[in-house]
Design a protein around this ligand. Structure first.
Ligand code: NDP
Ligand code: 2IT
Length: 447
């Protein structure tokens, strides 16, 4: 054990020296390497693979100049991290948020490699985005920015090379503008982006997929203890794409979602956010682009400014906003209040200390790279439909998504089940995701 800890420290010292101040990247790598070092020790053929996996195959960073509505020049920074293409073209979302930097995108790209491997589909890993803040921008400004962003990005991507999609701040509107610009520059109508509109190559269920998948994964975890969503109280964070469809699926399965949030605070509606109230949230967030506090005013419930919802008593928690939104104190609160299942829709929403609390208390804890893989999996299904030039029905895509989430759960069980019967989904997802990528890297030689 001591030898493993020393190895981990040595490995991390190198990663930190080479990637200084990229704290989120260090955090993501450490969690994965911690799981994998004992496994690599037992399987020495994988020696050296982790060292290669933490070095992106390619990093693109570029200037994005555009003119705002006042006619002023604005300069943003654009990125694409092409992390690993061992098992397929680079695949992963674009994030537009003022906090975006190289370290955050490298953490997301690194997680994406293992996540995409878990989906069973042939997709490598990548991530990109910009420090552009869509909040408060007009449609015209968003279009100007995205066109300028794509003017550079287009030379690096393609349906067999690198296929971006949405993430925080990038939804149907942004994907539409980017697709139009790519098509105009390249004169190609092709599946270069996923999350497209249904009329122009998109897949049914892709908007729903991350939240639905997160709930399907939670349902699989609950099943291992003979439980389901019926009558359960569920706390959701976020009110964007993932949170909205997680809420919808929980309600369909008979659970009651009592919170949603945004970066300003959370609402607590003990009666539950039913289909009608969720339709209001969708209009508020996707069309009016308003704040979640308006929900509290409309439905006369509590609003907690500047707070996260983890102190609300629940059976199941679905973090669906952003990284490191659940800290150690939050994790203790959840567990002490009786929460026994956490399924992550966001990427790395729990700090390492919070994860430790969940594992020590042996609750059902599904880490993002397993629990939120339904989004990218359905992107993979969109790519398949684009290649076939066919569209599958809603039922067909949903069934495939559901089966993929069941399969990811099985993989986690296979690699994460301990001798006492407890499933450590962190180890399961990390090892399960790693094996396929590592085998492909070995087969392809030193590239
Ligand atoms: P959206 O932009 O649709 O929504 C993001 C939500 O999270 C908003 O409610 C936003 O509030 C909140 N949020 C964002 N940043 C912060 C912050 N720093 N602090 C508090 N709240 C914040 O994004 P998505 O729903 O698509 O993404 C949510 C999470 O899910 C992300 O971690 C993303 O990486 C992950 N994910 C997304 C997938 C997808 O298919 N979209 C797939 C897999 C994972 P506000 O409006 O105030 O900013
Ligand atoms: O984090 C993620 O998996 C996503 N944002 C979705 C990526 C995709 O290519 O659909």
């Amino acid at each position: 054990m001591i030898a493993i800890n020393e190895k981990l420290d040595k490995f991390m010292a190198k990663v930190i020296a080479k990637n200084p101040s990229e704290v989120e990247f260090h955090q993501a790598v450490k969690e994965v390497v911690e799981s994998l070092l004992p496994f690599v020790e037992e399987n020495p053929k994988y020696n050296g693979i982790l060292e290669r996996m933490v070095e992106p195959e390619r990093v693109l960073m570029f200037r994005v100049p555009w003119l705002n509505d006042k006619g002023e020049f604005v300069i943003n920074r654009g990125f694409r991290i092409e992390m690993n293409s061992a098992i397929g073209p680079y695949k992963g979302g674009l994030r537009f948020h003022p906090t975006v930097n190289l370290g955050i995108l490298k953490f997301l790209a690194f997680e994406q490699v293992l996540k995409n491997s878990l989906t069973t589909l042939p997709m490598g890993g990548g991530k990109g985005g910009s420090d552009f803040d869509p909040k408060g921008k007009s449609d015209n400004e968003v279009m100007k920015f995205t066109q300028s962003f794509m003017l550079e990005l287009q030379r690096h991507i393609g349906p067999d090379t690198d296929v971006p999609a949405g993430d925080i701040g990038v939804g149907g509107r942004e994907i539409g503008f980017m697709f139009g610009q790519y098509k105009r520059i390249r004169n190609e109508f092709t599946g270069v982006l996923t999350g497209k509109g249904l009329e122009w190559g998109g897949s049914l269920i892709r908007p729903e997929a991350t939240g639905y998948g997160q709930v399907y994964f939670a349902a699989e975890m609950l099943k291992t203890r003979g439980m389901d969503f019926k009558g359960k109280t569920v706390v959701v964070s976020g009110s964007g794409n993932v949170a909205q469809y997680a809420t919808q699926k929980v309600t369909q399965l008979g659970g009651r979602v009592v919170t949603m949030s945004d970066s300003a605070g959370y609402i607590y509606d003990p009666a539950g956010i039913d289909a009608e109230k969720l339709a209001y949230v969708m209009e508020l967030k996707n069309v009016k682009r308003g704040r979640i506090s308006e929900y509290a005013a409309k439905y006369h419930c509590e609003y907690h400014e500047g707070k996260t919802p983890w102190g609300v008593k629940c059976d199941i928690a679905l973090p669906s906003a952003t990284q490191n939104e659940v800290n150690e104190a939050d994790a203790h609160m959840l567990v002490n209040n009786g929460c026994y299942c956490v399924s992550e829709g966001a990427n790395m929403p729990s700090t390492p200390e919070a994860v430790e609390v969940f594992i020590e208390n042996k609750i059902l804890y599904g880490p993002g790279k397993a629990a939120n893989a339904g989004g990218v999996a359905t992107s993979g299904l969109e790519m398949s439909q684009n290649s076939l030039r066919l569209s599958w029905t809603r039922e067909e895509v949903d069934q495939r998504l559901h089966n993929i989430m069941i399969s990811i759960h099985k993989t986690c069980e296979k690699y994460g089940k301990q001798s006492d019967g407890f499933i450590n989904y962190v180890n399961g997802a990390n090892i399960g995701g790693f094996v396929k990528v590592a085998e492909a890297m070995l087969a392809q030689g030193l590239v």
